[in-house]
Design a protein. Structure first.
Length: 688
């Protein structure tokens, strides 16, 4: 094969045919260079090489031994070949067996010493190893050292990835360009990029691995905080349009209820931001049902009163419609014109709204991401509101703001983020917390039951529906096939809905909704449920986001162990929004004590922040980052719960650098731009 360079397609590597090439592509690996940033998930300690007698039983270890007899191939039956041999050292003997690798008969030579890596097992008092990795003791490449374990997909072995990564690191690591300034590396005591790349794949020892990992994680955090700082500063350059008209007390008069203390406090914080100076840049975090919409209403009202325009973006059609209704009812008596703009409207409707927006005839518009499309122009957009922000990216929130000249920005979120993470997640925002629910809410009663409880549960659904209430049943999968593939006990939306409609609730109206349906169909079902025409709604987590159906009093979550706590908490927030006592039933057959403890924790508290902390403790930040509930770029190496010290250091280093070169203009800093854009790759243009 020709010399391997960065661009060499992996299809040309030994052992990589078309099928494996496709499997590699699934992992995002197409060229040699891609392997460098394909980081191991964990490592195997193959450093210690044992003698046969001393090798611990039952865990993967390296054992050095000499082949004592020629390997014998035997065919047990069609499709099952065995190669068997016996290896020895001074004090012991080891049976070695390989399944379905007949060519190994000639790969192992009698009288030669090899290092075997595998699990030693005791079979009838004899030590044995099945399907070990092995290599001649004289030429160790895969044993006697720490080896990576890569994330895999069907058709790929870790061993293949190791050989590919070895080639890539050997030939391409030196082409990696350093983007961190030497001064920063020195100050932090971190290795350069080439060294870090080598060590993160094939570490010399654990300390070098830790240094390499720290360097790469630091880099991610450094560019993340730098990117966020640049975005924030860009917004602060201009001055917000002062929105001074409209006293909070006059706003209260528009509402059918008194604001809670927390709402009053946050309204005051917003009022101060909106007055003058840099534009508001505020996140309002509050548990489901804490009344965030009222805060948005206040700011939008104020924009209108001050002679400007405001826009509110929601993640779904239904939610946009609900907000539209709420705001219309609230603000029209105060002579504010409110309009709706979503993809589901007819072209004529959309055209009329767009025209009126551009002409300044509409003061408040509520919509979905349709608001971001080209041709939506404002006369004077002074305020952008983004609801349920975890459904949108940093990019989309910037895109909405870009429709005006430095508009004020209000971001609403029902995903409570543990304090430790908020620092980075919302590094570009000021944070207000709504930590008080409106009075008179009855906490949702939450129970954990096993599947044996189903019959009683169905009776309970019947009873509530007879009282006029409605119920949600949430399943983890959409279709049977998808459910079967992972785990045959998983409930799927389509099948379960059919079963319930035919066999359990033939006398009720049962409907289903899931993310793979067309959005029109989805919206129609949700609207029918909201209107009370459907009594039992079977769904995936698509209903997780802020829909308000006060008459729904029961949330059943099937296979509840499949969901993160924060997600379950969001689902539970769909009920208990009206005056009726509401219930959440978590159905799970999980026996694992940790899983049960996690689910029990949810039964014991309704405090979203405490639940988020529990989730962080139990599952690590993966739940927040895995589901990308933050809209931030994906991080590959940094672990935000474990790397707080590193995060603080990265933030400080980024701030220092920006203090000297606020817009990253200096020639010696130009190499940072591609790296920042790469991190925000979903929308690198936001930095233009
Ligand atoms: P969320 O924070 O989840 O977006 P909403 O703004 O949808 O919450 O409010 C949930 C429900 O509580 C709505 O029906 C709303 O009218 C009601 N609500 C909001 N604030 C108050 C309050 N101060 N007193 C009574 N009800 C309120
Ligand atoms: Mg809401």
């Amino acid at each position: 094969m020709e010399r391997i360079v960065w661009d060499t397609p992996l299809g040309g590597f030994p052992g990589v045919g078309p099928a494996r090439q496709r499997a590699l592509a699934k992992l995002g690996l197409e060229r040699a260079g891609d392997l460098l940033t394909f980081y191991p998930r964990r490592y195997e300690d193959r450093t210690r090489v044992y003698s046969i007698a001393q090798a611990p039983v039952g865990e993967p270890v390296c054992v050095e031994a000499m082949i004592a007899q020629p390997p014998r191939l035997s065919r047990i039956r069609r499709g099952l070949d065995l190669v068997k041999t016996r290896a020895v050292d001074d004090a012991g003997a080891l049976d070695v067996t390989f399944f379905n690798q007949p060519y190994l008969q000639n790969a192992l030579r009698q009288g030669e010493s090899y290092v075997f890596y595998g699990k030693v097992e005791l079979v009838g008092g004899r030590r044995s190893m099945t399907n070990p990795v092995f290599e001649p003791a004289a030429r160790q490449r895969f044993t006697g050292r720490i080896m990576p374990r890569y994330p895999l997909t069907q058709g790929l072995s870790n061993h293949l990835l190791i050989t590919l990564a070895q080639a890539a690191v050997e030939h391409c690591a030196d082409d990696l360009a350093e983007t961190l300034p030497q001064a920063v590396l020195d100050a932090q005591g971190l290795p350069g990029i080439q060294e870090a790349c080598r060590q993160v794949h094939f570490p010399d020892d654990w300390a070098s691995l830790e240094a390499a990992r720290a360097r790469l994680a630091f880099e991610e955090l450094f560019y993340l905080t730098m990117g966020l700082s640049l975005l924030r500063k860009r917004r602060e350059v201009g001055r917000g349009i002062p929105l001074n008209a409209g006293d909070p007390k006059a706003f209260q008069a528009l509402l059918p209820f008194p604001l809670t203390g927390a709402q009053r406090r946050v309204v005051d914080e917003c009022a101060r931001d909106l007055c003058a100076g840099p534009p508001m840049n505020r996140l309002v975090q509050g548990d489901v049902g804490s009344g965030k919409t009222a805060i948005a209403a206040f700011c939008l009202w104020r924009a209108a009163k001050s002679g400007a325009q405001g826009a509110m973006m929601a993640p779904t059609e239904l939610l946009a419609q609900q907000h539209y209704q709420t705001l219309k009812t609230l603000l029209e008596p105060a002579h504010v014109t409110v309009a709706l703009l979503t993809a589901a409207q007819t072209a004529t409707e959309k055209k009329a709204v767009k025209r009126a927006l551009a002409a300044g005839e509409i003061q408040v518009v509520v919509g979905t991401h349709a608001l971001l499309s080209q041709g939506v122009d404002f006369q004077d957009l002074a305020l952008a509101v983004v609801d349920e922000q975890h459904r949108f990216g940093v990019n989309q929130r910037s895109a909405l703001a870009a429709k005006g000249a430095h508009p004020h920005l209000l971001v609403l979120s029902a995903t409570p983020i543990p304090r430790t993470l908020a620092l980075i997640l919302y590094g570009d925002l000021d944070v207000s917390v709504l930590d008080e629910l409106p009075p008179g809410r009855q906490p949702v009663e939450t129970y954990l039951v096993s599947e044996r409880y189903h019959q009683r549960l169905y009776k309970f659904v019947d009873k509530l529906v007879a009282q006029g209430r409605q119920a949600y049943l949430v399943c983890p999968a959409v279709e049977e096939a998808e459910a079967q593939e992972g785990d045959p006990t998983l409930k799927s939306v389509t099948q379960y809905a059919q079963y319930l409609a035919q066999s359990v609730f033939p006398h009720l109206r049962v409907a289903f909704v899931h993310g793979k349906m067309k959005s029109r169909e989805k919206e129609a079902v949700m609207a029918a449920f909201a209107a009370g025409e459907v009594q039992v709604l079977v769904s995936t987590t698509v209903i997780e986001v802020g829909v308000d159906v006060p008459n729904a009093a029961l949330m059943v979550v099937e296979n509840a162990d499949r969901f993160g706590l924060s997600q379950l908490h969001q689902l539970r927030g769909r009920v208990g929004r009206g005056k009726h006592q509401s219930y959440c039933v978590l159905v799970s057959n999980a026996r694992n004590p940790e899983t049960r403890a996690r689910l029990k924790a949810l039964c014991a508290t309704t405090d979203g922040f405490r639940i988020a902390e529990e989730d962080l403790k139990a599952r690590g930040p993966g739940d927040f980052f895995g589901q990308r509930q933050h809209g931030l770029p994906q991080l590959h190496l940094a672990d935000l719960s474990a790397d707080m010290r590193l995060l603080t250091a990265a933030q400080r280093a980024a701030q220092d650098l920006l203090a000297h070169d606020p817009d990253l203009q200096k020639p010696e800093h130009q190499m940072m731009w591609p790296r920042i854009r790469q991190l925000f790759q979903e929308n690198p243009d936001i930095f233009n």
